[in-house]
Design a protein around this ligand. Structure first.
Ligand code: HQG
Length: 182
């Protein structure tokens, strides 16, 4: 398949499976699952041609493994990144001493004041390596990489989750656990 087609499908799936299922009249269940047949029918009805084969390809080959099927492949959901409220039953995992977050200069003052907040999503997103954080920050401009003292946070009682596709998630990061770039 053409990579551009795959990317467009991934973007559209991110929209309807994370943020705005109502755009195509889709319903997600409380765990974020959409019925595959319904998704295909409603995407196609809205001019986004989708079929089982395209969906399989995108789930399998997506660069960040953003989407996952249930066991019998009748349902699909995003593995993280939602703004709609869903219960993903995320795995609670003890993090290593440091995790990373990519942001931009324009957000630094507010973060210095309030810490990292989930903003419109359900969690604050962190990564185990700086490279990923650089990519995340680069979506908005020149990346600024924050180092998060996740080991210390964990010992202080903060909960960390690891999504199906290995994104580290937490509810907030207070300022005292953040090392800012100099
Ligand atoms: C910033 C993509 C002001 C935060 C990525 C970020 C990621 C604050 C923005 C995933 C703040 C929120 C998530 C505060 C945080 N004041 N700004 N107190 N606290 N911010 O998109 O982490 O490709 O919701 O630094 O790769 O950028 O879509 O979060 O700049 O994994 O799968 O507010 O989205 O994944 O932005 O990105 P976002 P994010 P996908």
């Amino acid at each position: 398949m053409n990579e551009k087609t795959a990317k467009n499908i991934s973007k559209f799936l991110s929209l309807v499976l994370r943020h705005s299922p109502q755009t195509i009249g889709l319903k997600l269940d409380e765990n974020g699952w959409a019925d595959v047949e319904e998704l295909i029918a409603k995407c196609s009805r809205n001019g986004n041609v989708l079929n089982k084969e395209l969906l399989d390809y995108v789930v399998e080959n997506n660069d960040k493994k953003r989407f996952a099927f249930n066991e019998d492949k009748t349902k699909i959901r995003a593995s993280q990144g939602h703004s709609v409220t869903v219960e993903l039953n995320l795995r609670i995992v003890e993090p290593l001493d440091y995790l990373y977050h990519g942001t931009v200069q324009a957000s630094i003052d507010a973060i210095k004041e309030k810490g990292l907040q989930k903003m419109s999503r359900q969690h604050v997103h962190l990564s185990k390596d700086r490279e990923t954080a650089i990519k995340v920050g680069s979506r908005r401009g020149v990346p600024q990489i924050l180092t998060i003292k996740s080991g210390e946070m964990f010992r202080d009682g903060f909960t960390f989750y690891l999504s199906e596709n290995n994104v580290w998630l937490t509810d907030e990061v207070p300022v005292k656990y953040i090392e800012f770039p100099s």
